[in-house]
Design a binder for this molecule. Structure first.
Ligand SMILES: O=C(O)CCC(=O)C(=O)O
Length: 380
């Protein structure tokens, strides 16, 4: 008889249309398993594309996004070997739920600015709301979602759009605080990927949904992820999942091929750090020159003139919803402003080496949670 251990594909359904799609994709249905204590989910079990798949939905039927976390938590507990999380629709549902429910009246209206924005002279976002977001779920607005002058009634900038369409990104600890995002992030599959990349003690940090709202989704200027999450020596890798189809039409990722290599000038030359005042109090963020190693261990090589990244070589990626792009921490990449009428939601988190011999820098903008446990372990 089949049991909970044989299921490796998990799918959470909240809408009845999703359940119908899921049922349609099953090559054959299995009988129900004896229920587990405290698990009030319903399951539809079967074969999908040569694998055993479990489709979970709330006991109360299909009725709303608030159930996603509950269903995901039950499912992760009941099916220990779910590795292929067909969770994209659940991540979108959870994202929508987060956008619908965050309170606007207490929000500081922090806007996400990169400090590289041409022409506006705005520094990189660095207020307390941003700096303490490493172990929270917080919402950063698009600068273009606000009126040029403050609302005279409130003295605050006025939102020109519903809040759900005004957020640039949600971060930076979805992987620890939201069950659907946790299931997709701290998974056996990602552990296997990290192992294949040579990580000894991979730690997950800086998880976020980047919304790229239609019409206003801000550009992400060319950068290397190890500039932001610096370890000595560099070790960061980005996991980037398209939650919606991303392509040249809606501000997808643009990669500079080969730009992670030392000979192409791939060293980390600048770092994004916390800025302190003369009294040592953190007052913002800034870019500083990197005086530590600029290349991952084993990749050290000198720059060769003429081999640097060129704008005309940028590869604009076509990424189908559900696909994963792995981003080397030294590779130069960017995305354009989304001037189209299609949003481009993506979920991304980063992994750094937490083993002895690699040091996470105490000046990095994002610091480990205060509970002393360090960043989330990927190897359980
Ligand atoms: O999704 C994007 O637009 C940019 C993502 C990115 O650059 C990153 O995660 O490092």
């Amino acid at each position: 008889m089949l049991d909970y251990h044989v299921y490796t594909v998990g799918w959470i359904c909240i809408a009845s249309t999703e359940l119908n799609v899921g049922r349609g994709l099953l090559d054959g249905e299995h009988e129900n398993l004896p229920p587990k204590p405290k698990d009030d989910n319903n399951y539809l079990l079967g074969r999908m594309n040569g694998r055993n798949a479990a489709i979970g939905y709330p006991e109360s039927g299909l009725c709303g996004s608030h159930n996603v976390s509950h269903v995901a938590t039950n499912m992760a507990r009941a099916f220990p070997h779910i590795r292929f999380g067909l969770l994209i629709s659940s991540l979108l549902t959870e994202t929508q739920h987060l956008l619908d429910t965050f309170p606007l009246d207490t929000h500081p209206l922090t806007q996400f600015t990169t400090g590289d924005d041409l022409g506006d002279n705005k520094p990189h976002v660095g207020d307390d709301y941003f700096l303490t977001s490493g172990d929270k779920i917080r919402f950063f607005f698009e600068p273009d979602a606000f009126s040029a002058s403050p609302d005279p009634a409130t003295g605050k900038p006025a939102l020109l759009k519903p809040k759900q369409q005004a957020v640039n990104k949600i971060g930076h600890s979805l992987h620890s605080l939201s069950a659907p995002f946790r299931a997709v992030s701290l998974s056996e599959r990602n552990a296997a990927i990290a192992r294949s990349l040579g990580f000894k003690d991979p730690r997950v940090l800086q998880s976020m949904v980047i919304c790229k709202q239609p019409g206003i989704g801000g550009a992400v200027p060319p950068h290397r992820d190890s500039e932001f999450l610096y370890t000595d020596p560099p070790s960061a890798v980005g996991w980037w999942f398209a939650l919606q189809d991303a392509g040249p039409g809606n501000a997808t990722l643009g990669m500079y091929p080969g730009s992670h290599r030392g000979r192409a000038g791939g060293k980390v030359r600048r770092r994004f750090v916390r800025r302190s005042n003369d009294e040592g109090v953190v007052v913002g963020t800034e870019f500083v020159e990197n005086d530590g190693p600029g290349l991952p261990r084993g990749m050290e090589e000198e720059e060769v003139e003429g081999e640097g990244p060129k704008e005309e070589d940028v590869e604009v990626l076509e990424v189908k919803a559900g696909s994963l792009v792995l981003i080397h921490g030294n590779v130069l990449h960017k995305s354009e402003k989304n001037t189209s009428d299609r949003s481009r939601f993506a979920y991304t988190f980063h992994v750094i080496e937490g083993a002895d011999g690699w040091k996470y820098d105490e000046r990095n903008w994002l610091q480990p949670p205060e509970d002393g446990q360090g960043f989330s372990k990927l190897y359980q």
